[in-house]
Each structure stands twice: as C-alpha cells, then as structure tokens.
Design a binder for this molecule. Structure first.
Ligand SMILES: *Cc1c(COP(=O)(O)O)cnc(C)c1O
Length: 387
C-alpha cells in the first residue's frame, strides 16, 4: 500500500535542491573531487572537554531516565549565567529558559503553541525554511517579508500591508542571518519592539549565530533592548557556537507566557534533552572565552582568504561581519539554479541556489566557509574558470 501524505505536507514548498543533489551524486560516482560549500554545518570537532562532560554524566545511572521537560535546573541556570555574562541580560531560570532538542525543534514547535488556523506569521525571505514549515504545520499562513539588498537585508516593517497585520500574531527575525549574514543592530530591534507593541505581535528572534563574529565585533541580543522580554523570545543554540550540531541541544529564553506555550507543546510531544547532553551543554556554556575565540579565529582566517579571492573575481557580496555565509549575487545574469548547476558541473564546487531560501533569494547563491583555507583557495581558482 502506498498511503497518501497529509495535506499539510503537500503545502510545503518544493525541495529545490533535488536537481543539485542528483548532479552532485553523479559527479561523486564519476570520481570527481567535489568541494562542498553548501552545508551550514561546522567541519570542526566538538571540543574535548565537552565530550568528557558527556561521558562522565552518561556513566551516572541517575541520568538514564526521562529528563525533565523544560530542562535540568542546572542547565537553565547555566543558560541564565551565560546570558548575563555575554549580553548583560537577566533571566529567571525557573520560567524564562526552556531547553530544546536543538533550536530547530523549538522554532518548528513554537507556532503550534501560539498560532491558530488562519493566523498570519511574518517570515523573512530568503530565510531559514523552518519558520515557514512550522507555520504551515500549525495551520497558519506565512507572509513573506523580503530581505532586500537596498535595506541591508533587513525586513522593511512599513511595507507590510495593514490587512496582513490585522491577522498577524508572530514575527520571525534572524540575526546574524542565514543565508545573508546580515546583522541587526539595536536600532532595528528597537523598531521591531515598537512595531510589535503596536500590532500585538509576538517577536521570535533566531540568534543561532551570535557567537560566530569577526573583528571582535559582538552581535547584540534582541533581549538587550528595553521592553524585549514583554514582547518576545530568543532562540539560541550550542550547535554553531561549539561545533555541536549533531548533539541536538539549544534553548529558548524570554517572555514567560510564550515559553509556557512552547513548553506545553513539547511536554505533549517529547520528553526533553538527554541529561548527559545537558551536562555537556553546561560545560560548554561555562567554558572560558578562549574556546570560542579559537573557533572564531579559524573562521575569520577562512573568511579573509575566501572574501579576498571572490573580490578578485569581481563578484558582488558583503564581507560578512558574523555567521559563516557568503551571500553572492550571481555574476552573469543566470538564474540561481542554472548558475549553481554550472558551478557543480564545470568547477566541481557545490554552492546553494538562493531561491531555495525563498523567492527573494533568486539571483543570489550562498557559499559557506565550513571547509579549510586550502580548499577555499582551490574553490576560488575553480570558480574563476566560470565566466
Ligand atoms: C543552524 C541554524 C539553527 C539551529 O540549529 P540547531 O542545530 O537546531 O540548534 C537555527 N537557525 C538557523 C538560522 C540556523 O542556521
């Protein structure tokens, strides 16, 4: 029997990377040496002291049972201390912190807790696909806010139509941004807070990349702004900061009522994060800054090498101040998909077509710096042949 999928799955946008995946597989089978700059997943290893903390906690049989839904009190306290140390933001670990099975899990589940069928969710485009998928699964409708170069890839709140705003319940923001690497500053967040107070919106800021920054310029947290906790929550992750994507641990912080709804959804669907992984998370959050300084130094060297190479090709992009993505205009007027197909076939280099992150990404492609410097240099040499 071949059973039909639910209508909500049929509403998901088509997976635009199928053709790329097919070409990539075919090339690898032919023995082509492929450089993949397509994946937002650190190639670096999780630091050893974090693995040791996991191991030690896993040996303790007290940690083998179901974890507590919102996270171990010790983990939530460590998150609160980290927010204070890093952003000067005070959080009550009791009800202003929820542990997540990776922040993607919480981002996907939040709408289930706060969105009714027919409600509108304001979603950036291009953007992380989970904002829209979570909205669909909750029966909501996404209104896509274009991220345009002329607005420094920040959404133009004034361009959202009044009839959309009347039905809107939630706005997603994401800084440092995937896929554009754009940064929101305090002025932008202040506008978002004022806007959401006026229109009765929950703000959900995705802050997965605040610790991947360059030149010592630390990105701000949305929660640093006065009034932020009244209107919103922030999603954070250990994945990118500590090279822990496979471990599945993140957290949401901020407005109590919103977190309560999220925790209630989770309480009915999952039973939390394996305690030893939370203890590993505590070790990560309590680590001295030298650990993340080291990781940033590696990305900064890669960014510098890659950006210098791409500039020589005359390509148009902003040198990222944070995150590990280059968001580059397709140089010759081709479509994003055709260009990326050409890069794969003629240069053995995989980059991601911008329209895979939403319609407004057409005309761009994304390249990540999650490979070493020598490979990035090689990628530039190969891409130089594509004219
Ligand atoms: C990687 C990423 C995340 C979260 O990853 P988790 O591993 O689920 O914590 C969230 N948002 C964006 C924009 C990302 O790129």
């Amino acid at each position: 029997m071949d059973f039909p999928q639910a209508d909500r799955l049929k509403k998901l946008p088509p997976y635009l990377f199928i053709e790329m995946d097919r070409k990539k597989k075919a090339a690898i089978e032919k023995g082509v040496d492929i450089i993949s700059l397509a994946i937002g997943d650190p190639d670096l290893a999780t630091p050893d002291f974090i693995i040791e903390a996991l191991y030690k906690a896993a040996k303790d049989k007290a940690n083998h049972q179901y974890p507590l839904g919102p996270g171990l009190p010790q983990f939530r306290e460590a998150v609160a201390r980290w927010y204070d140390r890093r952003f000067g933001v005070k959080l009550d670990p009791k009800d202003e912190v929820v542990a997540l099975i990776g922040s993607k899990e919480g981002i996907g589940h939040l709408p289930v807790g706060v969105i009714n069928p027919g409600d509108v969710v304001l979603v950036p485009s291009p953007g992380y696909p989970v904002y829209h998928a979570g909205t669909l699964f909750a029966g909501g409708e996404s209104y896509f806010m274009p991220l345009l170069e002329k607005n420094k890839f920040l959404p133009d709140l004034n361009a959202i139509p009044a009839d959309v705003l009347k039905r809107a319940k939630l706005i997603w923001t994401n800084s440092p941004n995937n896929p554009t690497s754009a940064l929101a500053g305090r002025d932008f967040y202040a506008r978002v807070i004022e806007f959401s107070e006026k229109h009765n919106l929950i703000v959900a800021n995705d802050a997965a990349y605040t610790e991947i920054y360059y030149d010592g310029q630390k990105p701000v947290s949305f929660l640093e702004l006065p009034g932020a906790k009244e209107v919103g929550v922030e999603f954070h992750s250990l994945s990118k900061t500590f090279n822990m994507t496979g471990w599945r641990i993140g957290f949401a912080v901020g407005n109590k009522s919103v977190l309560k709804a999220l925790a209630e959804v989770k309480g009915n669907l999952d039973s939390g994060v394996f305690n030893p992984v939370q203890y590993a998370g505590i070790a990560a959050l309590e680590a001295p800054d030298a650990v993340t300084d080291n990781i940033r130094k590696i990305y900064q060297e890669r960014r510098d090498v890659f950006a210098a190479g791409l500039k020589k090709l005359g390509w148009q992009f902003q040198v990222p101040q944070a995150a590990f993505y280059m968001w580059i205009r397709v140089p010759n007027g081709m479509s994003s998909a055709d260009w990326c197909g050409k890069a794969l076939e003629e240069a053995g280099t995989v980059v991601t077509p911008g329209n895979g992150f939403g319609k407004e990404g057409e005309g761009f492609f994304r390249a990540t710096i999650t490979v070493g410097k020598a490979r990035l240099e090689e990628a530039v040499q190969r891409l130089a042949r594509l004219k």
